[in-house]
Design a protein around this ligand. Structure first.
Ligand code: SAM
Length: 289
């Protein structure tokens, strides 16, 4: 059924569906202490990072994910100075955070080898953000880092892998993780996490929504579209005082202008507002969870 050549078959999020991508070339493959790391040059999506046989990000549509992971929370905050990223070893989220005039970004990534491989093979995704002097890069377990609550941040971004199979990222979805995240927020701070496909894994999206609701009063789930993940993708953002869904369009536009954020290909103030308007099935599902 499939023509010759090399194909990558993603491990399934649900057992009855698998995404396949035709591969031009395998650029990197290595088993680290934590996971199997591969970087493939795919025909349709360009270079892609694959961890434990699950696609994490790809050149062609990474902006649909990273702009929407980072900018809604960063622009809902009037002046984010200190930011924490947990995971995110490809550097795509880091690059977007550094577009804002932040003082320091602490990035806690468990796997040094993911960063090294991405630095070399995925410059189109990280844009050399790893060389920025504002970056404080630590190779540690994000769960242990948060448990120690070493300092507070204006924005916390959790860019971990899918909690599927044997991955070191499963702990980043555990209930105990969220109390620590809430404790580490400065006044007015926001935390945002990637929360999976609301079509394929709605229970996972709802579980994170509920865990965040246990520790913070304002919790909003919003959507983007990432074709290489096969469709809709959700993020969930939470705060004690700031509702990112309610920030006025002109305020978002003014903050973008003031911060010089003019390179977006997906995010706009209108997309920001619209992303929080959930389809009826998902809104109901989250309300009833
Ligand atoms: N965009 C991706 C997705 O949703 O498919 C996720 C990004 S991928 C770069 C996730 C990163 O989290 C990887 O670099 C991985 O090494 C890192 N990671 C996994 N478990 C972690 C942990 N416990 N602490 C910190 N980083 C972790």
């Amino acid at each position: 059924m499939i023509d010759g050549g090399l194909w990558h078959t993603d491990d399934p999020e649900v057992p009855s569906q698998r995404v396949m991508l035709q591969v031009r070339e395998e650029l990197y493959r290595r088993r680290s202490q934590f996971q199997e790391i591969a970087i493939l040059d795919t025909v349709l999506f360009g270079r892609a990072l694959i961890l434990n046989n699950i696609l994490q990000t790809a050149e062609r549509d990474e902006f649909c994910y990273h702009e929407m992971l980072v900018h809604p929370a960063m622009l809902a905050h009037p002046a984010p100075r200190r930011v924490l990223i947990i995971g995110g070893g490809d550097g795509g989220a880091l690059r977007r955070v550094l577009e804002h005039p932040v003082e320091r970004v602490t990035m806690v990534e468990i796997d040094r080898e993911v960063v090294e491989a991405c630095r070399e093979h995925l410059p189109a995704i990280h844009g050399n953000a790893f060389d920025d002097p504002r970056l404080d890069l630590r190779f540690e377990d994000g769960f242990a880092y948060v448990e120690a609550r070493p300092e507070k941040f204006d924005v916390i971004i959790v860019d971990g892998p899918d909690p599927i199979g044997p991955t070191p990222g499963t702990v980043l979805f555990a209930r105990d993780f969220y109390r620590g995240l809430a404790d580490m927020l400065e006044d007015g701070g926001l935390v945002v996490q990637q929360t999976e496909s609301p079509m394929l894994l709605p229970a996972q999206t709802a579980a994170t929504h509920l865990h965040l609701r246990d520790v913070l009063p304002i919790v909003r789930t919003y959507l983007t579209h990432v074709q290489s993940y096969d469709g809709w993708w959700s993020f969930t953002v939470a705060s004690r005082t700031t509702d990112p869904a309610a920030v006025e369009l002109d305020v978002l536009a003014q903050r973008m202008r003031e911060r010089g954020i003019d390179q977006c290909r997906y995010y706009s103030p209108e997309v920001h507002r619209g992303a929080f308007e959930l389809p009826v099935f998902l809104r109901r599902y989250l309300e009833e969870s």
